[in-house]
Design a protein around this ligand. Structure first.
Ligand SMILES: O=C(O)CCC(=O)C(=O)O
Length: 256
């Protein structure tokens, strides 16, 4: 899988590209079934709010051969390599849940904020791919991005506590207003199997899920080995410390 020249230029200009139907329904069904099994395991890698709300999990490759294969799937890894170069490892691998009527409310931030602040990632060279396990609509807590905001680099932030996960270096309302006046807001909606790829400096947020429909997304965040983190302060399920470069596996291998 390779992006077209137009998609590469869109990524450079806007910091985000939406790819509908990258994965087959049978693959999404298998990933959802395996996700349900992972959630039954007793793991420190799970994310849970004090209220009991289950927010997600991390480092799924450690407990699931299927999720370990997904990390290497050529559709994802080849796109990441096309955008940020070869020799990539996965800095953060997670599933974020927006449960029906859930409260998870993620403030405006750039992913490079926590990766630099908590983990000592030197430069904003990473790319994230989010794979939709459920349909994402305007109702179930979609992520809202500000196209083009990545071009500002790392913006001033204030570290904000978020229930169930590590504090998030967040952007002020004034910064978000200025960025949105320039780039507008975009919430990519789509069916299970779609993928959004976005630059690690792209400003984004997501509100609570007010709907009766769940919204589960897998995130794979690839980073060049040459930009590996220098000062980790969090457990390795939040910030990987194995910097072995990943080699691509053919798409047919996912359900093998
Ligand atoms: O899944 C979401 O709604 C947003 C997740 C996010 O922004 C993050 O984990 O940094």
């Amino acid at each position: 899988m390779r992006l077209s020249q137009m998609q590469v230029e869109q990524y450079q200009r806007e910091g985000i590209v939406f790819l509908p139907a990258l994965f087959e329904p049978s693959e999404i069904a298998a990933l959802k079934a395996e996700q349900a099994r992972i959630f039954t395991l007793d793991l420190a890698a799970h994310l849970r709010a004090a209220s009991g709300e289950f927010l997600g999990t991390t480092a799924m490759d450690r407990v699931s051969p299927l999720y370990a294969r997904l990390l290497r799937d050529e559709r994802l890894l080849a796109i990441a390599e096309q955008l940020i170069g070869p020799q990539l490892y996965c800095h953060q691998y997670k599933i974020i849940l927006k449960q029906p009527f859930g409260k998870l409310d993620l403030p405006w931030h750039q992913d490079f904020g926590p990766w630099h602040h908590h983990d000592g990632m030197p430069a904003p060279r990473a790319v994230s791919l989010s794979l939709y396990l459920d349909e994402v609509t305007e109702f179930n807590g979609p992520i809202v991005f500000i196209p083009g905001s990545h071009r500002a680099g790392l913006l001033p932030y204030e570290v904000t506590p978020v229930p169930g996960t590590t504090p998030i270096p967040s952007l002020s309302n004034a910064t978000v207003t200025r960025l949105a006046q320039a780039g507008g807001l975009l919430a990519p909606k789509g069916a299970p199997g779609a993928v959004t790829l976005f630059d690690c400096c792209l400003a984004h947020a997501s509100g609570p899920n007010q709907s009766p429909y769940q919204r589960h997304l897998i995130y794979l965040s690839y980073n060049p080995v040459s930009n590996a983190i220098r000062k980790p302060t969090r457990p390795s399920h939040f910030a990987a410390q194995d910097f072995t470069p990943l080699s691509a596996a053919p798409r047919a291998a996912l359900l093998a």
